[in-house]
Write a protein that binds this ligand. Structure first.
Ligand code: SF4
Ligand code: SF4
Length: 115
């Protein structure tokens, strides 16, 4: 499943450069599928909606760092464990119960992000 960042986040930036999918954003910053991926044109999100890779999306949090579920693969295909959770000093990167995904599904997701 994708990870999420809790309100315990102290906004230290340690996690952001570690993400292989650029799934982590600073508070209040708009996110894009194209950031750190090969997605340039139409892309179908997990909720079934279509988006252009370059389209800007509303920040998920304006107070804490946040993770875009459509871009988080639990680091599958890159690392043996979620890098954000590994470096977070306050353990605020945790599994997001809203997104149950198998390892196989996460690998497919990774391939879609980096075709
Ligand atoms: S688990 Fe990996 S892919 Fe997901 S947000 Fe953290 S660093 Fe990025
Ligand atoms: S490493 Fe943890 S505390 Fe630091 S910005 Fe990321 S989620 Fe927040």
């Amino acid at each position: 499943m994708a990870l999420k960042i809790t309100e315990d986040c102290i906004v230290c930036n340690a996690c952001l450069p570690e993400c292989p999918n650029t799934a982590i954003y600073e508070p209040g910053v708009e996110w894009r599928m194209a950031d750190g991926t090969t997605i340039k044109e139409n892309f179908t999100l997990m909720n079934g909606a279509s988006t252009d890779g370059a389209a800007n999306h509303t920040p998920i949090s304006i107070d804490f760092y946040y993770i875009v579920p459509d871009k988080c693969t639990e680091c599958q295909g890159f690392h043996e464990e979620p890098q954000c959770a590994s470096v977070c000093p306050v353990d605020s990167c945790v599994p997001d119960e809203l997104y149950h995904e198998t390892v196989e599904e996460l690998m497919v997701k990774k391939e879609r992000l980096h075709a």
